[in-house]
Design a protein around this ligand. Structure first.
Ligand SMILES: *Cc1c(COP(=O)(O)O)cnc(C)c1O
Length: 360
């Protein structure tokens, strides 16, 4: 018998990323059901058909759906398919496609350049987009072709319907296609309480990379083309990039488990609610502790500046993990589908203790 014990003590739940969480029961159960017997490979199976149909139901439109192993591939291949090598993609300075994909969009597009703009709280500023697109119109400048938005943003904020209408109107005026990086699309929809179509194709989004992993699946993001013409030959692009799953049913089945009975939205609502609780608890800390929430919390992330002495004790002796890669935004505390109220209160209790708050 192989040793199936985990290597070392079970780590506690952390606030580092929603991808620290495991697979949610609905996704797991669907994988298990998909494991019964044989099925055709490469996506010609009933699970894949069902998952695509459910995604079409979610968006209430006849869209084209593809599955990739992760979000980086989804984003990079979509941008490559929307652009020629001499084009450019405009996105926010903190966008995942710019800072967290190791140049995959540029690589898969054979040179399409990513151009960055500023904007409050992780959202692109329409005037900055216009300036960037119009900076030059000569042959020496990489021709702007796509505006890429992240929903929910890298700073945990959410574009509401009217903000999306405004940015996509800006894009349309500039002749840009709109790509949405929806690694946390579920959290955005849960936060806004709108139907998914209101914040996608009705708001001018041409292609959505619909994240499944951070919402409770093991692996697999969906690419959703709302303009069917743009999806032409995307299947070849996936195959060439090593993103066509041979046993596709195992990428598709979790989507069936997540989309039936709105598990995807319930997972996201839960993660958002835990972040809301965490934010409320941090705001209750006495002012002299010096913890400051820096960005409006709208989805499942809380950003807070934590004084360095407290920060080192939290990460060191108390064993908490979290990131702080967005500089002035401070520590990023990310909640997941399985974060519990207890996790939140444990974290805040440790924080109060290391800060020496009386009575903690
Ligand atoms: C996690 C994430 C992705 C996808 O990342 P992978 O690790 O490639 O799955 C894309 N965009 C954003 C904003 C993310 O947070």
């Amino acid at each position: 018998m192989p040793d199936l014990e985990p290597p070392g003590p079970l780590p506690k739940r952390q606030f580092a990323s929603d991808n620290y969480a495991g697979v949610c029961p609905a996704a797991w159960a669907a994988m298990e059901r998909a494991n019964a017997g044989h099925a055709v490979g490469y996506g010609d199976d009933a699970w894949t058909k069902r998952a695509c149909d459910l995604i079409r139901n979610v968006f209430e439109i006849d869209c084209q759906v593809f599955f990739t192993f992760n979000g980086t591939a989804a984003n990079a291949l979509v941008l490559a398919s929307l652009c020629r090598s001499y084009h450019s993609v405009i996105c926010h300075r903190h966008a995942h496609v710019e800072v967290d994909e190791c140049g995959a969009p540029e690589f898969f597009s054979n040179g399409t350049k990513v151009l960055v703009v500023e904007g409050e709280a992780g959202k692109v500023d329409c005037e900055a987009v216009t300036r960037c697109a119009k900076r030059r119109s000569d042959i020496h400048y990489p021709k702007p072709k796509v505006l890429s938005l992240t929903q929910a943003t890298e700073l945990g904020t959410v574009y509401d319907t009217s903000e999306l209408d405004a940015v996509s109107e800006t894009a349309r005026r500039l002749g840009l296609r709109v790509h949405m990086d929806g690694a946390r699309f579920a959290n955005a929809v849960a936060s806004l309480g709108v139907s998914p179509k209101e914040v996608t194709w009705k708001a001018g989004v041409d292609v959505l990379c619909f994240g499944g992993t951070k919402n409770g699946m093991a692996v697999g993001d969906a690419v959703v083309f709302f303009d069917n013409d743009l999806a032409a030959e995307f299947d070849y692009r996936c195959k060439q990039a090593g993103q066509l799953a041979s046993k596709m049913r195992f990428l598709a089945a979790p989507w069936v488990g997540m989309l039936e009975d709105d598990v995807w939205l319930n997972n996201a609502r839960h993660a958002n609610a835990m972040a809301e609780l965490l934010e409320a608890e941090l705001r209750k800390l006495p002012d002299d502790v010096g913890v400051e929430v820096t960005t409006p919390r709208q989805a499942n992330a809380v950003f807070a500046r934590i004084p360095s002495v407290i920060d080192s004790a939290m990460r060191g002796e108390r064993g908490w993990c979290y990131y702080d890669f967005y500089g002035p935004a401070g520590a990023r505390l990310m909640c997941a589908w399985d974060t519990t109220e207890r996790d939140v209160t444990d974290f805040v209790r440790d924080l109060r203790q290391v800060a020496g708050v009386a009575g903690s």
